[in-house]
Design a protein around this ligand. Structure first.
Ligand code: APR
Ligand code: ZN
Ligand code: ZN
Length: 377
């Protein structure tokens, strides 16, 4: 097709909550000023896609095109775009980076606000409209500023990480969300030190990524916690030194861990999205200095609680979004580390399917038997 033309391509439309996705043709408009049109090569599924599709996100907009863990090739760029060009290999980042806002300039934050107001509404900043339409012209909302469940998508330039051309896109797509989040929670949020103790709650891809990073950071004791013992062999393989199933104990899990470690762990990570487990994780962080990091995303409206005494006696409660990585700057570095052989990225991919089988991939996600399913076009 000629540059600057609309593209007709395959996408998965979420028409409404709790309905299977409709794999069908859509029209993707050319990129507007400051925008990039990307040909998606591979996309994985993450719980946030399922959460929105299940209608649990009160801000979820329908119809929309979900998807936020992907990699692809730049097809064309809109007016004023200078950081990428057609043919570049990229990872779309739901956590944007402009380099210029208060959050980008702060060394401890990645919560860029440059396009957030628009990505939250499912539209593009230039004109407040989406770039997707049905064949008969109905608008379809974007999702998380990425909408990767489409052969082509349009994103803001602030949401595009330029990566090494030799990286396999059907693997590094995982760096768009879950695995990078787990690694970053360890390196950026907790800053895990060598010789320390760590407890990880929830052993899906995110929890395993925390274990992997904690092992790389030199933690000497890594306690893996899950109510599904089938998750333990992988946890050990990824670097856990011991595994605990809360169901095997009469006492609350925090009491079990506090007893095992005397005063708790130097760092604990909640990778489930369960507020009761968040409390347990805080309460088995070490008295005096233990840090507990909330990584899992709890359902809308949920609240966390603990006795203030837990904080008075030195425990710290923290949280992280996209592992604190400044996306456009650091995702390319994560790709380079992968290419240098330092990370376990390939092992998180337990299933591969063609894009047209995306609904089966959602069934797999709900089955609890997958780490990540990668779909290719
Ligand atoms: N105690 C311990 N483990 C639990 C509990 C519990 N109460 N409830 C669930 N789990 C375990 C599950 O058995 C599963 O192994 O937590 C794990 C969660 O893994 P996945 O469902 O595969 O989730 P993952 O992709 O790793 O994401 C985890 O991070 O990105 C967020 O939204 C995502 O909140 C989710 C979390
Ligand atoms: Zn995600
Ligand atoms: Zn910014």
């Amino acid at each position: 097709m000629a540059p600057g033309e609309p593209i007709e391509c395959l996408a998965a439309i979420a028409w409404e909550a709790k309905k299977p996705l409709d794999v069908t043709k859509v029209i993707v408009a050319p990129p507007g000023p400051g925008e990039v049109r990307i040909k998606i090569i591979a996309t994985a599924l993450c719980h946030t896609d399922a959460y929105t599709l299940d209608g649990l996100d009160p801000e979820g907009l329908f119809p929309c095109i979900l998807g936020h863990e992907a990699a692809g090739v730049v097809e064309s760029v809109g007016e004023g775009v200078t950081s990428v060009k057609p043919g570049d290999h990229v990872i779309p980042c739901y956590q944007a980076y402009c380099g210029d806002c208060k959050f980008c300039k702060h060394p401890e934050s990645n919560l860029c606000i440059s396009v957030r107001a628009f990505t939250g509404k499912g539209v593009m900043k230039a004109d407040g409209k989406p770039r997707f339409t049905t064949l008969d012209g109905k608008p379809i909302f974007h999702f998380m500023g990425t909408s990767t469940f489409s052969e082509y998508t349009v994103v803001h330039e602030q949401s595009v990480a330029l990566v090494d051309k030799t990286a396999p896109l059907d693997k590094v797509c995982l760096l768009g969300c879950g695995v990078a989040t787990g690694w970053g929670a360890v390196f950026n949020t907790a800053k895990v030190q060598p010789g320390t103790s760590v407890a990880v709650f929830g052993l899906g891809a995110v929890g395993l990524a925390v274990i992997e990073a904690a092992a790389r950071a030199g933690a000497s004791r890594i306690i893996a916690v899950d109510i599904n013992a089938d998750k333990f062999p992988a946890a050990k393989e990824w670097g856990a030194t011991e595994c605990i199933n809360p169901k095997d104990h009469d006492k609350p899990i925090q009491a079990v861990i506090n007893e095992l470690t005397e005063w708790g762990c130097d760092y604990t990570f909640e990778c489930i999205g369960n507020v009761a487990v968040m409390r347990a994780a805080l309460e088995c962080a070490h008295r005096g200095w233990g840090q507990s990091v909330v990584v899992g995303v709890a359902a809308a409206g949920q609240e966390i609680s603990t006795r203030p005494f837990q904080l008075v006696t030195g425990r710290q409660w923290k949280g992280t979004a996209f592992g604190g990585y400044k996306s456009r700057v650091q995702v390319p570095q994560l790709v380079d580390e992968y290419l240098a052989g330092g990370t376990l990225l390939d092992k998180y991919i337990t299933h591969r399917l063609p894009f047209t089988q995306i609904n089966e991939a959602f069934d797999l996600l709900h089955s609890g038997k997958t780490l990540r399913t990668v779909l290719t076009f």
